[in-house]
Design a protein around this ligand. Structure first.
Ligand SMILES: Nc1ncnc2c1ncn2[C@@H]1O[C@H](COP(=O)(O)OP(=O)(O)O)[C@@H](O)[C@H]1O
Ligand SMILES: [Mg+2]
Length: 259
C-alpha cells in the first residue's frame, strides 16, 4: 500500500488556482524531491499534506486513510508527520534542546528525557552537543536548518515533510544536508517529501523527483531516470537554463530591464 496517495488534488485561493489536478503516490520509505520554480505551489502542497490547508478537490490518503478526516488529522499532525518549515520556525525564546524536544514534551516526555533525545540527535545532524544550550539567534542559518531538521525527526515520524531544507546554504553545504536527510530517512525508514531548490547531488540524494510548475505536475519519476528524461521542465530545472517553459522573470521585470 502507498504511504502517501495524492489523487487529483486541487487548491485555489480567492479564485486563483494554485494546485491543479495533482496525482502522486509514494511508497513507504521512499524519498521524493519536489522541485519547481518559486510560486510553483510546493509550499501549498506540503501544507495540504500536513493538514494546514484543506484541499478544494481531490484527496490525500495516508496508508489508505483519508488525511482530511477528523480522526486522521489530529493523528497525522501530532504523531505521524514531522515538518521542517521554510523559515525554520524555531522558537527564539527557547534553547536549541528545547526547540528539538518541544513536541516530545508536548506529548508528555519529561524535560530530562527530551533533553537526552535532543543530545542524541545533535551529532546526527552534524552539530556538537554543546549547541544544546544556545539560542536560535546564536546560530548561523545552516545550523538553524539542522536544528529544525532535528526537531522534525525528534518524534521519529513515519513521514517527513521538508520545505526548502537547503535554502540559504552554500551549494556544498546544501548537498551535504540533502545527503544527510536521505541517509537519516533511510535509517529511520521515513517517507520523505522535500521541496528543494538545490539541484546539486539531487539525483543521488532522493529516490524520486516530481516537477511542479504553475500548480501542475510536469514530470514524476525515479531520480535515476531524470538525467535521461526528455522533459523540458525537468531539463530546464536541472540545467538552470533561462530558456525553456519556465519563465525566469515576470513580463514586468523583463520590461523594466529592457527599458
Ligand atoms: N495563503 C495564501 N493565500 C493566497 N495565495 C497564496 C497563499 N499561499 C500561497 N499562495 C500563492 O500560491 C502560489 C504558490 O505558492 P507556494 O506554494 O508558496 O510556492 P512555492 O513554495 O513553490 O514557491 C503563489 O502564487 C502564492 O502567492
Ligand atoms: Mg515555498
Amino acid at each position: 500500500m502507498s504511504r502517501i496517495e495524492i489523487d487529483t488534488l486541487g487548491k485555489s485561493f480567492d479564485g486563483k488556482r494554485v494546485l491543479h489536478d495533482i496525482s502522486l503516490t509514494l511508497a513507504p520509505g521512499r524519498s521524493l524531491a519536489l522541485i519547481g520554480p518559486t510560486a510553483a505551489g510546493k509550499t501549498v502542497l506540503l501544507k495540504c499534506l500536513v493538514g494546514l490547508y484543506a484541499p478544494d478537490r481531490g484527496s490525500i490518503k495516508i496508508d489508505g486513510a483519508d488525511a482530511g478526516s477528523a480522526d486522521m488529522r489530529a493523528e497525522t499532525l501530532n504523531d505521524r508527520i514531522g515538518m521542517l518549515f521554510q523559515q525554520n520556525a524555531l522558537f527564539d525564546s527557547l534553547s536549541v534542546w528545547e526547540n528539538i524536544g518541544f513536541r516530545l514534551m508536548a506529548r508528555g516526555e519529561t524535560r530530562v528525557g527530551a533533553r537526552a533525545r535532543a543530545e542524541e540527535l545533535l551529532p546526527q545532524v552534524g552539530l556538537p552537543v554543546e549547541t544544546a544550550d544556545l539560542f536560535p539567534a546564536d546560530l548561523s542559518g545552516g545550523m538553524q536548518k539542522r536544528v529544525g531538521f532535528a526537531r522534525a525527526i525528534a518524534t521519529a515520524p513515519d513521514i517527513l515533510l521538508l520545505d526548502n531544507p537547503t535554502a540559504g546554504l552554500d551549494p556544498i553545504l546544501a548537498a551535504r544536508v540533502d545527503a544527510m536527510i536521505s541517509s537519516l530517512a533511510r535509517k529511520n525508514g521515513a517517507t520523505v517529501i522535500s521541496a528543494t531548490g538545490n539541484m546539486v547531488g539531487l539525483t543521488d540524494a532522493y529516490d524520486d523527483i516530481a516537477v511542479l510548475h504553475d500548480g501542475a505536475l510536469r514530470w514524476h519519476g525515479p531520480a535515476d531516470a531524470a538525467q535521461k528524461a526528455d522533459n523540458p521542465w525537468l531539463r530546464q530545472l536541472l540545467s538552470g537554463s533561462r530558456t525553456g517553459p519556465i519563465q525566469t522573470m515576470s513580463p514586468i521585470e523583463t520590461m523594466s530591464i529592457e527599458a
